[in-house]
Design a protein around this ligand. Structure first.
Ligand code: HEM
Length: 465
């Protein structure tokens, strides 16, 4: 394998190759940089691009927040770069609708994902990401099947926790939160992707998770390697290893394609592998963040008890079985997840697109982004902006559920015990806070899955998932 071959090269030669790659990278982005935009971290020094990128490895959050307040808050664009994926133009919040309104032929996500993941070399076949059929299956089939997946998914989560953490409520037990969340999420995800048997096979799950992590490491290395060498350094190859699961939906979709290449087991497995990749680390990171935030919160606040009370109440109301409707009633839990994702979740940047229109793209105020350049938004800074979130640095798990809960309690009181409108003349009006139906809609939009220009943890617009 290429990686083993590389490791056998003497260290000095490896270092020399690395230096050549980095120097080459210093010149790579020079041609297409948008004119007159401030480049965050730039200093007048030799090899300033690489040096600035290396400095950016330590404290990207602080760097992006400072630039956000200096430029974005004043409606201005800026460039920020990282050592792996290179420079990207950060669009001010006021311009996000313009960014999202562009068709894929102008602002593209496919090429962006291919580039960030170096998917031509890290996945089993370039077409997996270049022609992402699996995204259609996620959007069209998975979304329709969510109702039927709730119970098996809940079972799998419960079984995983029981096996990992046990039932002892008295003694102390040391746990590895990273490893355990990984196991819970990977098993649950694979229940959905590959069915009830394979998801319980720990060896398979561990291999799938390791493989997906390897993709990230390999992508990072391949990024700095010159294009002509990349085909020689394909580090990562897929693990070659009937029911209502993603694999079956993908097989059906693939067999319906006229191109026979799509019918190959290797391509189909690669598509499932790519969904595994998209879903596993994002969800595991989120689950781990929620656990750490929740259990490091002051016990006197009673957050854990409040969440337990909600889960027990909703389960009882729904006759002891988890359903899609029941899950939708878990508004405190929903808010807690959303708050953790807002507070420290996700990456520093999001909504990344690549301009693929040959003559570039020009915003209405004249800012021109050349062909091939990336644009995106400073997610970290937007999520901590006081204008959008009062007291933004405070982790407040019920930030998004407080008003919703008050409103729903008021409307329950208004409907009366029979659940009808017999109490319609009661003093309390059925209105969302302050602005009637608009207020009700606003409250519904507080759910974790609702994205907006100020909440972009899953992206926003047609590619958010
Ligand atoms: C907390 C968990 C997750 C987070 C934070 C997350 C975040 C994201 C983000 C930021 C994007 C890019 C959106 C954009 O560019 O506008 C994305 C895309 C995507 N995600 Fe997730 N995701 C999560 C879970 C999942 C899961 C569970 C699945 C599959 C079952 C999934 C499948 C996808 C797919 C297929 C895309 C590409 C959509 C497209 O290009 O149109 N994600 N996700």
């Amino acid at each position: 394998m290429a990686l083993e071959f590389l490791l056998r090269i003497p260290v000095l030669i490896q270092l020399a190759i690395l230096v050549v790659c980095l120097v080459r990278r210093e010149f790579k982005f020079r041609r297409s940089v948008p004119k007159d935009l401030p480049w965050v971290g730039k200093r007048s020094e030799w090899f300033w691009r690489i040096r600035s990128d290396v400095r950016g490895l330590f404290g990207i959050g602080e760097r992006i927040t400072k630039a956000y307040h200096e430029y974005s808050k004043n409606g201005k664009f800026f460039i920020i770069s990282d050592l792996v994926t290179g420079p990207e133009v950060m669009v001010p919040v006021s311009k996000i609708p313009v960014l999202l309104a562009q068709p894929d032929e102008v602002m593209d996500t496919t090429n962006t994902h291919c580039d960030i993941l170096q998917s031509d070399y890290t996945f089993s076949h370039p077409r997996i990401f270049r022609n992402p059929l699996q995204v259609d299956v996620v959007r069209k089939v998975l979304t329709r099947q969510i109702g039927s997946l709730v119970e098996p998914v809940m079972d799998e989560i419960a079984m995983s926790f029981d096996e990992l953490w046990g039932f002892d409520t008295e003694g102390w037990k040391e746990i590895l939160i990273d490893r355990d969340m990984n196991r819970v999420i990977a098993r649950t995800l694979h229940r959905m992707l590959l069915g009830p048997d394979l998801c319980k096979n720990q060896e398979f799950i561990d291999r799938a998770t390791t493989h997906s992590r390897t993709i990230i490491y390999c992508a990072i290395i391949i990024h700095v390697i010159p294009e002509f060498l990349k085909p020689w350094v394909q580090f990562s190859r897929p693990n070659r290893i009937g029911m209502n699961d993603f694999l079956q939906w993908q097989i059906r979709e693939s067999l319906g394609q006229p191109d026979p290449v799509e019918h190959s087991p290797e391509i189909i497995a690669g598509r499932v592998e790519s969904v595994n990749f998209s879903a596993i680390h994002t969800t595991q990171g989120t689950a781990m963040g929620v656990m750490l935030d929740l259990f490091s919160s002051p016990p006197e606040k009673g957050y854990v008890e409040a969440l337990r009370e909600e889960a027990t109440r909703v389960l009882e109301e729904d006759g002891g079985r988890w359903t899609k409707t029941g899950v939708a009633k878990l508004i405190r839990i929903d808010s807690t997840i959303k708050e953790s994702m807002r507070w420290k979740g996700g990456s520093a940047r999001s909504l990344t697109r690549t301009v693929i229109k040959r003559d570039g793209f020009t915003f209405e105020d004249g800012v021109h982004i050349p062909y091939g350049f990336k644009v995106g938004t400073p997610q970290y800074a937007i999520h901590l902006d006081e204008e959008f979130y009062p007291n933004p640095k405070l982790w407040d798990p019920f930030r998004f559920s407080r008003e919703r809960e008050e409103f729903e309690q008021a409307s329950r009181r208004r409907r009366g015990p029979a659940g009808d409108d017999s109490h319609a003349d009661a003093a309390e009006p059925l209105e969302g806070p302050g602005d009637g139906n608009v207020g009700i809609l606003r409250l519904r939009n507080e759910a974790v899955v609702s994205t907006s220009e100020k909440y972009i943890a899953w992206g926003h617009g047609r590619h958010a998932w």
